[in-house]
Design a protein around this ligand. Structure first.
Ligand code: AMP
Ligand code: ZN
Length: 466
């Protein structure tokens, strides 16, 4: 099945290929670094990571830009309240975000672009919008005149005709599906930081950074633009208005939006106080892989309800996957190849890929994997799974893990790495050979104390983490 995505712009599922060569030019809205990100934010970033991996599974190359919003109303409010320079304040949370991404195994985009590194480019873009009659100025601030852009509303499918009254809005984020002229550039205020630019002193509004950085790094028309569903309006609508007014070209061919992570029927959010950071959850003893699995397991266009039971179920699912892999690696199967078994595997592989290509249906992709594991385990128990079937099954698990990336246990601080465990096991094997059973038992006990379980099997030692 060809790769296809639901496009918010057309409200249709459409076949996807990049417009030029084999490279997908993609822009995704990154974090606002005013605090630690919560796992609701990471649902969206995990979706982006899955998207990258599926695009690659389809043989495409990636040129992906993600912005770091390091200047906005909330950041300025917090930095000023703490008497901390803006850059110092945002560096702490940018670093924390990148570290959380590493822990959750989210790949770094090819280009990470900080808003404050692009202020002059933003000022030039705003000047250009002014030259072409898309703005007006009031008390040193520059506003985008949405009446000057006839397509306003085409992404959020709001019909604003008759509703474009020229009312203005100064805040970066606003909820109402109401057409407002938004701030491109804000005049300096009180103790707020500002930059000297071709427009005079001030700072950018939130929306302009994404238009400017996307066009600078990716060109006038992107293949994919993505983010959380709360960004459709006003942020992405405003990005389209700015970008298309600048270039006269369609800004993005595909718009993909991830639904919310919910808590008891409400969106997880800072303002509602119903959130957990990644650090909160790892602090409760849950593995990062379980969080990643949970966030990935529900297709991105469905809301996902966060519960600790869900997290426990994710950890159990990962155990099943790892146990199956261990069995493939260490069981001694009868010689030969079972052709029916290989056919069953090929069918599972096809279902896995087709499900992902069907607008990233991760739930069905996982079902294909678990149904195969169930069948393969039964075949193993019945002696029908043969030695010649193991390599292809391991290959399938590797393909699964190229996307889901949960098989390798995270090493916690102070914990032994895989290589260290293997080295201890080799020492134990040598001790046994030398008939030094006391030392062999001692090594086993030490490993057990560190959460490493050894099993002596006919085909050798196998080990796993508790
Ligand atoms: P922010 O740092 O507030 O700019 O948000 C970063 C990303 O997280 C954006 O793409 C938001 O749409 C997304 N986001 C915020 N809350 C949630 C949530 N509860 N579930 C999923 N995504 C979210
Ligand atoms: Zn954006």
């Amino acid at each position: 099945m060809a790769l296809r995505f639901y496009n918010t712009l057309s409200q249709q599922v459409e076949d996807f290929t990049p417009a030029r060569d084999n490279t997908v030019r993609m822009y995704t809205c990154g974090p606002t670094v005013y605090d630690f990100a919560h796992i609701g934010n990471f649902r969206t970033f995990t979706f982006i990571d899955l998207l990258r991996k599926c695009l690659r599974l389809n043989g495409f190359q990636l040129r992906h830009v993600m912005n770091i919003t390091d200047v906005d109303d909330k950041i300025i409010r917090n930095a000023v309240a703490r008497h901390t320079p803006l850059a110092e304040y945002t560096t702490v949370y940018t670093d924390a975000f990148l570290e959380d991404c590493r822990v959750l195994r989210l790949e770094r985009p090819e280009i990470l672009a900080r808003a404050t590194d692009h202020i002059q480019e933003m000022a030039l873009a705003i000047a250009k919008l002014s030259e072409s009659g898309h703005t007006y100025t009031s008390e040193g601030s520059v506003y985008f005149k949405i009446a000057s852009f006839p397509g306003y509303g085409k992404l959020s499918h709001n019909d604003f005709s008759g509703n474009i009254a020229g009312a203005r809005v100064d805040v970066d984020s606003y909820e109402k599906a109401d057409a407002r002229d938004f701030a491109l550039w804000k005049a300096p205020k009180d103790a707020e930081p500002f930059w000297d630019t071709a427009l005079g002193p001030g700072r950018p509004g939130w929306h302009i950074e994404c238009s400017v950085m996307a066009i600078q790094y990716l060109g006038e028309t992107l293949d994919i633009h993505a983010g959380g569903v709360d960004l459709v309006f006003p942020h992405h609508e405003n990005e389209i208005a700015q970008s298309e007014s600048l270039t006269g070209q369609p800004f993005a061919r595909f718009w993909l939006h991830a639904e919310f992570l919910m808590v008891e029927g409400q969106k997880m959010s800072k303002s509602l106080g119903n959130y957990y950071t990644l650090r909160d959850i790892i602090g409760k003893g849950y593995a990062p892989e379980a969080i990643r699995y949970l966030l990935a397991s529900v297709p991105y266009r469905k809301q996902l309800n966060f519960t600790f039971d869900g997290l426990k179920a994710a950890a159990i699912a990962i155990d099943r996957l790892r146990n199956f892999k261990l069995r493939l690696e260490t069981d001694r199967f009868p010689e030969g190849v079972n052709e029916a078994g290989n056919a069953r595997l090929a069918e599972a592989g096809q279902a896995f890929r087709d499900s992902l290509n069907d607008d990233l249906n991760t739930a069905e992709a996982l079902a294909a994997v678990f149904e195969y594991i169930r069948d393969a385990n039964s075949a193993m128990d019945a002696g029908l799974f043969l030695a010649g079937n193991a390599a292809a099954a391991l290959q399938f698990l590797a393909e699964f893990d190229c996307v889901f990336d949960v098989l390798k246990p995270s090493v916690k601080e102070g914990e032994l790495s895989d290589a260290e465990v293997e080295a201890r096991i080799a020492e134990r094997t040598a001790a046994k050979k030398a008939r030094n059973f006391a030392l062999a038992d001692q090594i086993r006990d030490q490993l057990l104390a560190q959460g490493i379980i050894l099993e002596d099997t006919k085909s050798g030692i196998r080990w796993k983490r508790k």
